[in-house]
Design a protein around this ligand. Sequence first.
Ligand code: E4P
Length: 217
Amino acid sequence: MKFFIDTADVKEIRELAATGLLDGVTTNPTLIAKSGRDFIEVITEIAGIVSGPVSAEVTATDAEGMIREGEKLARIADNIAIKVPLTWDGLKACKYFSSKNIMVNVTLCFSAAQAILAAKAGASFVSPFIGRLDDIGQSGMQLISDICTIYNQYEYFNTEVLVASVRSPAHVVESAMLGAHVATIPPSVLKQLVSHPLTDKGLSTFLDDWKKTGQKI
Ligand code: E4P
């Protein structure tokens, strides 16, 4: 499973990229606003930190505008994935970019029907937002299961399931069990993945006992 980080905070991206475990980055207009930085400047910087896909989202709502914005974003670096919303216009723009071999991440996916359309439009990634579905009492994980099942029926669907709106380590684990290709994870959740109280306790005991031997490696 690939790990993307869901943030526009360059400091956090650098820190987590240093682990060697990061396969890409996703951003959205909310995360850009939170960074307080210029969109093009911050995307350019991120694309230089990681070699994997960096999702940069268009803000036009018509296909023509999305294509114009997306072309500008695609010129930033080869690892930019143009992020478009799951609307008819977004799908048109997706088809345009995928025919030019430019990566597209179709975002704001909330149903299996929408995910089928994204695959048919040649998306590199489809982003089902599981946390936001859970928030309204629906099952985000069921959606991941449905999309994985559907995509597995068709060899010619090359779209990767990019699990988004991840809120907990359990979201990551359950998505991996279902075979989702990618999870985009907020930095705080990514850091939680490594934690287990028995690891901390076990390590502390080992270090205490090692001290008693008086040895050095
Ligand atoms: C994905 O690309 C989105 O940026 C993100 O996962 C949205 O998550 P949220 O529901 O926590 O805002």
